[in-house]
Write a protein that binds this ligand. Structure first.
Ligand code: GLU
Length: 291
């Protein structure tokens, strides 16, 4: 079926990261993603975002799929069912990320960075204190000269950062959160594309995969709104502006103290709710109330 808005078949995705058990906040976002996909008569895919070998565990990926099926989610493509854009585990998609790294390198959009992330954290304050996960703005005076790194054969051994266009306003209209705008160099600075330990950064992997898997709408948590601005810059540098998906960022679920639900808070994990005998329809109801 065709999506009325884009004139192409709707493709949505669920993209859990297996660093812990999924909780009610994930349930709320994923149920919303499924709802929007169904309303458009689209195809839902599941992508396992297990890029970081230090933080991800195969057991959590297994449990996530099991918990999501139990909750009533159903995907047509994924690591467990295959599909035309396999593999659906990010850990198996390195060649795709490397090809994108090469393009960005050739375009002069990225540079190798000798500074460690710790040095950055120690030397520069985060932009907004209230932003729990704010990254410090990478100081422009730390940037190497344009062209640095163009002759690199591989990303190995150093961090690679995206050179952001300082002062440019990056705006987009989010289908749930409304009009958004961020200023490059003020709201966020040069961000990681590839880590010195050989792991591609989230921002790169997610853009590469959303493009490769022909995603037409990204439904995810509002904590990633600013990331969307960074990702729009990557789409542009890859020459893929015409393939940018629509975005629908869901409100974040908070606990009774107003703190964001973290995967650490096992109390509201789907596993725990399941083990306590909570029926899936009750969890769906709870999730709907929270979102
Ligand atoms: N894997 C990310 C997470 O679990 C979501 C990425 C995305 O939806 O773009 O937070």
């Amino acid at each position: 079926m065709l999506d009325k808005n884009s004139g192409s078949a709707y493709r949505g995705r669920l993209a859990p990261t297996p660093t812990g058990w999924l909780h009610l906040g994930h349930a709320a976002t994923f149920l919303r993603a499924q709802e929007r996909c169904r309303a458009a008569g689209g195809t839902l895919i599941l992508r396992n975002e297990d890029l970081d070998p230090q933080r991800c565990r195969p057991q959590y990926a297994h449990d996530a799929l099991e918990d999501l099926r139990w909750l009533g989610l159903d995907w047509a493509e994924g690591p467990d069912v295959g599909g035309p854009h396999a593999p659906y585990n990010q850990s198996e998609r390195l060649p795709h990320y490397l090809a994108a790294w090469e393009k960005l390198r050739d375009a002069g959009a990225i540079y190798p960075c000798e500074r460690s992330r710790r040095e950055l954290r120690e030397r520069v304050a985060a932009p907004h204190e209230e932003d729990e996960e704010a990254e410090p703005i990478y100081p422009p005076q730390w940037r190497p000269a344009p062209g640095t790194g163009r002759d690199a054969r591989s990303p190995e051994g150093v961090n690679w950062r995206f050179r952001v266009p300082d002062g440019e306003v990056i705006g987009f209209r989010d289908k749930l959160a409304g009009e958004q705008s961020f200023v490059a160099g003020e709201d966020f600075g040069d961000f990681l594309i590839w880590r010195r330990d050989g792991v591609p950064a989230y921002e790169l992997a997610v853009v590469v995969d959303d493009l490769a898997m022909r995603i037409t709408e990204v439904v995810r948590g509002a904590d990633l709104l600013k990331s969307t601005a960074r990702q729009l810059l990557i789409y542009r540098a890859l020459g893929a502006t015409a393939q940018v998906p629509a975005f629908a960022h869901c409100p974040l679920v908070r606990d009774t103290h107003g703190k964001r639900l973290a995967k650490r808070s096992d109390a509201l994990s789907l596993r725990t709710l399941r083990a306590r005998g909570t029926p899936p329809e009750e969890v769906r109801h709870l999730a709907a109330q929270m979102s």
